[in-house]
Design a protein around this ligand. Structure first.
Ligand code: NDP
Ligand code: OXD
Length: 316
């Protein structure tokens, strides 16, 4: 029998995608699926989780390390009965690159008036709209972690003026940064606000009426724009809808929502100045997820420190 720790998978991805990714991965390890309710998970050392089953930790009481199926771990940290063992979050170029693509796409869409032109297209209206240059528009990125820093750099390449905000001070070349004490000064300069924050006690509801009112109002875009791909729990949706309706905000791009899937009754679907995507800004690639975790399992079994471990005090 292999002395490599065995694995249980509790990922809410399509089973066939997981099975395809498993071909050739986790060699020499027993792999079980939590969805197989008759499986004996008592020897499992590692679990891959994304919104875990409530009985997982009872069925697998000997886990040593948990691997998050995504970069965000709010749903794992909120799971009752969570054992006090390391949680490794997902960090991979495939995830980072896709997120930056989405962020750049949304910023350019609002800069180049895509929502307004789509409305005009539907009414067969030929009318040129004002066109500021990217260099005259400041994008403020809230959250300068793995995703925020990459997005900030790529926005810079597109010509935007980019600033960033994070809990602790960060140095990112070519980008002016603010720590948590500089929030108001950061907001006062921001024309397009990009949210790439984890959901924690501190960030829950941070995108609210008071914050939207502090964004720059005399910039090249006229009205500020809000873009969020962090977590929906960070946005106060009634405040956001009011800000979009009363002109405090000129537009929004939203990938995440307080409740997902977004209700068919939500106002967001029908707002002409809002772009909605279904929590798809950057989906985890299962193969990359397994490959990354395998590296960490080997480190762990050699007695080396794990990487990308969640800090339970800060909650991310
Ligand atoms: P990181 O942990 O690398 O970065 C988090 C950033 O947020 C850090 O800069 C951190 O500050 C900052 N931050 C956290 N709390 C606060 C606070 N209270 N005040 C100010 N700044 C704060 O995370 P990632 O960049 O990898 O991912 C960010 C989030 O993106 C994930 O948690 C997840 O929710 C979301 N996500 C969404 C996806 C989607 O498809 N929509 C896909 C992947 C991720 P500091 O640097 O000081 O620690
Ligand atoms: C993640 C996500 O956190 O997909 O990775 O939301």
């Amino acid at each position: 029998m292999s002395d490599k720790g065995s694995v249980v998978i509790d990922l809410k991805f399509e089973r066939r995608d997981v099975d395809r990714a498993l071909a050739g991965a986790l060699a020499g390890r027993q792999v079980q699926h939590a969805s197989d309710k008759s499986a004996d998970l008592s020897n499992a050392s590692y679990a891959f989780l994304w919104k875990p089953d409530l009985d997982l930790f009872e069925r697998a009481p000997n886990l040593k390390v948990l691997f998050s199926g995504g970069a965000g771990v709010d749903s794992i940290l909120a799971t009752p009965g969570l054992p006090d063992i390391p949680i490794v979050r997902f960090v991979d170029d495939s995830l980072t690159t896709r997120m930056s693509e989405w962020v750049v796409l949304q910023c350019l869409s609002h800069l180049r008036q895509v929502p307004a032109y789509l409305v005009q297209q539907r009414s067969r209206t030929w009318k040129e709209l004002p066109q500021p240059e990217a260099k005259d528009v400041t994008v403020g990125v809230m959250g300068l972690g793995v995703l925020g820093q990459d997005a900030a750099r790529k926005l810079k390449v597109m010509g935007f003026n980019v600033i960033g905000w994070s809990r602790t001070a960060k140095a990112v070349e070519g980008i002016e940064t603010y720590d948590s004490s500089g929030l108001d000064a950061f907001l006062a300069r921001t024309d397009i606000l990009v949210g790439l924050l984890p959901l924690t006690n501190e960030t829950r509801g941070i995108f609210n009426a008071s914050l939207f009112a502090k964004l720059r109002r005399d910039g090249a875009l006229g009205k500020p724009v809000f873009i969020n791909a962090g977590r929906g729990g960070s946005q106060v949706e009634p405040d956001l809808i009011a800000a979009l309706e009363n002109g405090v905000l000129g537009g929004a791009s939203l990938d995440v929502f307080e409740r997902e899937p977004l209700s068919p009754d939500s106002r967001f679907w029908s707002m002409d100045n809002v772009i909605v995507t279904p929590h798809a800004a950057s989906a985890s690639d299962v193969r990359a997820l397994l490959r990354n975790a395998e590296v960490q399992m080997e480190r762990f079994e050699r007695g080396e420190p794990l990487q990308h471990v969640v800090d339970r005090t800060t909650g991310y």
